[in-house]
Design a protein around this ligand. Structure first.
Ligand SMILES: [Zn+2]
Length: 124
């Protein structure tokens, strides 16, 4: 079964928004499909995570998974490659999307779409 069909047949009916896959090299924006987190690296060493912003703006979001860089995120995958991303993801440059990805599902933050400032800093 192709990944596309897998997502359509298995994931959508269960309400999953994201599934992950590994690649060796940084992907181009065009190669990233909606609903997938593309992880550069391997199970033992994850470098970057790429995803299309789930707000629908079409931007590609890059998350550093290297613990040597700040900020950095961690992505945990279950046996079905369903991702949990920690901490929340916030777009600070254009659409200001702010969300958590937990067990493949998007949880939108109350301040999503609102420009980030020190004053309205929150994690939920
Ligand atoms: Zn967006």
């Amino acid at each position: 079964m192709s990944l596309k069909n897998f997502k359509k047949i298995i994931l959508r009916p269960f309400g999953f928004n994201f599934i992950a896959r590994y690649v060796d090299d940084n992907p181009t924006s065009e190669s990233i499909e909606d609903g997938e987190i593309v992880i550069v690296g391997s199970r033992s060493y994850q470098k970057w995570a790429y995803l299309k912003c789930p707000c629908g703006c079409g931007n590609t979001t890059m998350l550093s998974l290297s613990t040597k860089r700040r900020p950095s995120w961690s992505v945990h995958l279950n046996w079905m490659m369903i991702p949990t991303v920690y901490p929340s993801v916030r777009d600070v440059g254009s659409c200001y999307a702010h969300y958590w990805i937990k067990k493949g599902k998007i949880h939108w933050c109350r301040d999503t779409g609102i420009r980030y400032t020190e004053e309205n800093d929150s994690e939920d």
